[in-house]
Design a protein around this ligand. Structure first.
Ligand code: XMP
Length: 511
């Protein structure tokens, strides 16, 4: 195990993730954690994160200096590096020139930390303070034009400090540096795998839950599916999953979820409740065409349905949530994503139902790690590699009023679009793709007859963070095949559009 000691930096989870990528287990603890507790974990190395404070100010996060004497290697990053210097007798002060962004760093490749790294390498800097003077016994192993001490070390004691951020991808050789630290300095062997993560979590969940009852809202998305699978493994029948069929799901989606979590699957032997709420939702949505109003109705109705089911079950001790790390960041930093999620977040539920606690075992994982955990838990690939699907479902892919007929059209067109994209081998390349129903009718001709039917819009985007996106450069022959299949196989569609707009100015979804 490597322990990341959190001093409030932005990239803490990223550090942990980079360590895990080397098949070394990693946990994050607050800087306030007692040294005795840290020692009890028997770590092979410790990494101090960055943080927004200045080490020389009173009340700034600090740690027991004994941590440097105990023989376990420490790597300080940014604030962590300054803290190490400050506590060991170096000098940290406000930098005459603040460094931010990609910066050329000159490193001493003799250092164990920089083995295999180019002597001049691009690193990500983000600091106002700097190490003016290294602590006694430390050797300077890197500098930049503005920063005389970009890295220092006391190799004998296993103490290393870097001013830049090796964990972010902007640091070209950061992965090598972190690998050097965990392997060459700490002596980790890299025998940890995601299945150990799953096992540890299953054990921790058992401890936390005891013989309590757990309730989980299962949407069939990646996060909630992995959550349910993990809980199923941990507590089996103590878990009840509620799956709400609001009638706005994609074609066959309900069947796919039921096949995995419904009765009869010995791997996931849980209490599974599938609520058929289609009529309720369509009733509420009738005549409503304003996007925000549609979203609101769907979100509220979801909470109501879920509450009703929870009441039927009786006393429940824990509510399970599929919060993953990017959600934590998003809600912390605010911005657009928080607003988006608020429409369909189960987080609002504890107000109405009485729970002893929350279980959020995926809180520290990134999306691809969640998928990996899902595979370890034996979930089928179609659940694990699913693309994002919005809480309000197809309702926001149908412009204007939502009716069961329109849902059926969009489901069929979307199924064809997905099938052909997979056939063309493009499904792994595109971040998100779907078919939508425009609210437009236009004139067409079919078998000598005039038609006056709907237009379907196809969308496919690539993105890394879903905050911005680009329209995918779709091969014309794929578009041709899909168009002809849709107009032939889906009734009441006589025209197909491809959406070439990026985000911004458009959003990924239609509403
Ligand atoms: P937009 O349309 O805002 O979408 O560009 C960005 C990403 O968020 C997804 N999305 C949602 N996800 N509940 C969700 O859980 C929602 O209400 C919601 N609205 C949009 C969208 O599919 C895309 O991946």
């Amino acid at each position: 195990t490597v322990i990341v000691l959190d001093f409030g930096g932005q990239y803490n989870q990223l550090i942990a993730r980079r360590v895990r990528e080397n098949n070394v287990y990693c946990e994050i603890y607050s800087y306030k954690t007692d040294l005795a507790q840290i020692k009890a974990k028997n770590p092979k190395g410790i990494i101090f994160t960055g943080g927004p404070n200045s080490v020389y100010l009173e009340d700034s996060p600090t740690c027991d200096p004994e941590i440097f004497n105990w023989g376990v290697p420490v790597l300080g990053i940014c604030y962590g590096s300054q803290l190490m210097m400050h506590l060991l007798g170096g000098k940290v002060s406000r930098a005459p020139e603040r460094e931010y962004g990609k910066t050329e760093v000159f490193v001493d490749t003799e250092s164990k930390l920089f083995a295999g790294v180019q002597p001049s390498t691009i690193c990500w800097m983000s600091h106002n303070d700097y190490i003016e003077q290294a602590a006694p016994g430390f050797k300077i192993t890197a500098h930049t034009a503005n920063c005389p001490v970009a890295a220092v070390e006391n190799a004998e004691k296993g103490l290393y400090a870097v001013q830049f951020h090796p964990e972010v991808l902007h640091t070209a050789e950061g992965k090598t540096m972190l690998r050097n630290f965990v392997y060459n300095v700490c002596g980790c062997t890299g025998d940890w795998k995601m299945d150990s993560f799953v096992e540890n979590n299953v054990r921790a969940l058992r401890e936390q839950i005891g013989d309590g009852k757990v309730l989980c809202a299962l949407s069939g998305g990646v996060d909630s599916s992995v959550l349910a699978a993990m809980l199923a493994k941990a507590v089996g029948k103590q878990l009840t999953c509620v799956f709400v069929d609001h009638g706005l799901l994609r074609k066959n989606e309900k069947e796919e979820v039921c096949a995995v979590f419904g009765p009869g699957n010995p791997n996931f032997d849980i209490n599974f409740i599938c609520v058929d709420a289609r009529a309720r939702y369509f009733g509420k949505l009738a005549g409503v065409s304003e996007p925000e109003k549609k979203r609101k109705i769907i979100g509220e109705e979801f909470i109501r349905v879920f509450e009703e089911e929870a009441k039927k079950i009786g006393q429940v001790d824990f509510l399970a949530q599929g919060t993953i790390y990017p959600d934590v960041v998003e809600s912390g930093l605010g911005g657009e994503s928080t607003v988006i999620k608020s429409h369909h977040n189960v987080g609002g539920l504890p107000d109405h139902v009485d729970f002893k606690g929350l279980v959020e075992p995926l809180r520290n994982l990134f999306k691809d790690e969640v998928r990996q955990a899902g595979r370890e838990l034996g979930l089928p690939e179609y659940l694990v590699s699913r693309q994002p699907f919005p809480g309000p479902g197809l309702a926001i892919r149908i412009i204007g009023e939502v009716t069961p007929e329109k849902v059926a059209i969009v489901q069929d067109a979307d199924a064809i679009w997905r099938e052909e994209i997979a056939k063309a081998g493009l499904d792994k390349e595109i971040s998100q793709y779907y078919a939508a129903l425009t609210n437009m009718h236009s004139v067409g001709v079919m078998g000598d007859e005039r038609t006056y039917d709907y237009a379907v819009a196809l969308r496919a985007v690539t993105t890394t963070d879903f905050m911005t996106a680009e329209s995918y450069n779709m091969p014309w022959d794929v578009l041709g095949t899909v168009t002809s299949r849709i107009v032939n196989e889906v009734k009441h569609v006589n025209r197909v559009f491809y959406d070439c707009t990026g985000k911004p100015p458009a959003t990924i979804e239609m509403e």
